[in-house]
Ligand binder design. Sequence first.
Ligand code: GLY
Length: 358
Amino acid sequence: MQTLNVKINSSEKSYPIIIKNNDIPELYSEILDITGKNNCLAVISQKVFQLFGNFLNLPKERIFILKDGEKEKNFKTYQKILDRALKLKLTRNDFIIAVGGGVCGDIAGFAAATYMRGIHLIQVPTTLLACVDSSVGGKTGIDTDYGKNLVGSFYQPDAVLINTNFLNSLDDRQFKTGLGEVIKYAFIEKSCKCEEDFNLINYLTLNADQILNRDAKTLEELIKICISLKISVVEKDEKEGNLRKILNFGHTYAHAIEQITRYKKYTHGEAVVKGIEFVFNMAYKMGLILESYKFVAEDLIKKYNFKQIPDFNINKVISAMKLDKKAHPDGIVFILPSDCAAVKEYKMVDNEILKYFG
Ligand code: GLY
């Protein structure tokens, strides 16, 4: 078991992230330890409910089953969650518990942030992606017809309870999409300004077989490393004014190709890996990094055998990048590798990008 603590400077809140690999049913008593006698509404992803639902010893009306898929992260479902909370007469002492992947954590988190101007929230991430990224750091939200995550808030939970046993239920593609975010942390480690030195590039290189075979102890350690890096960043910059932008490493290109392919063809992690390859090429062509470091990145990515994504027409990619909610009027923002495991922010206009990729 590992316990990490998050202390966000701008708020009074400090909360634990607990990583375990014990039996799933034990999770319920861990939840009760936090909620005490207060009431709760669990928002649980349908697939997780089918596989593990009986671990929540709650009456039917206190379980909101969320259909799977990004398209559920919408206003209508958000309203249904709020209606259920209202019907149950939840008060501000009560809890919403999000049990599922990123979609579940985001929408349930946003419901918790806005119900009665904020009630308690426990995140129970059940995918690797949610464990290492979306359940940590307080981003919550829903999608609109105009784009993803366009309505939301920063809202920190009371606790994040991670059980690596959930990860055995993921198919290979779902598991690997989480690894896309894991790889990202390896290349930004030094810029995260964490007191501890993990050498994640090395860890991922030496432990690839154990990670791909989902060895519980290795996964527990891996998740701890990624979360420690993310905590270090969000504690310093909760609202993404500055440092938190480094967590978007590989994401400028990834968001563009996800948007071009209507979020149907590639998983988020697959797109992030392609985005990481893109920024390594760009940084090398700009003379920011040595070819040997680019090879280190390529070798590490190869070890994990991600789905190959072809190159996209750069003009289409640039147009899509400009539509992104993080787009800047002075140019497109890239987080580029600048040194081993370190990154820097660059703003580039179309012609500069076309000079390297046109
Ligand atoms: N997923 C990036 C962040 O939490 O800032």
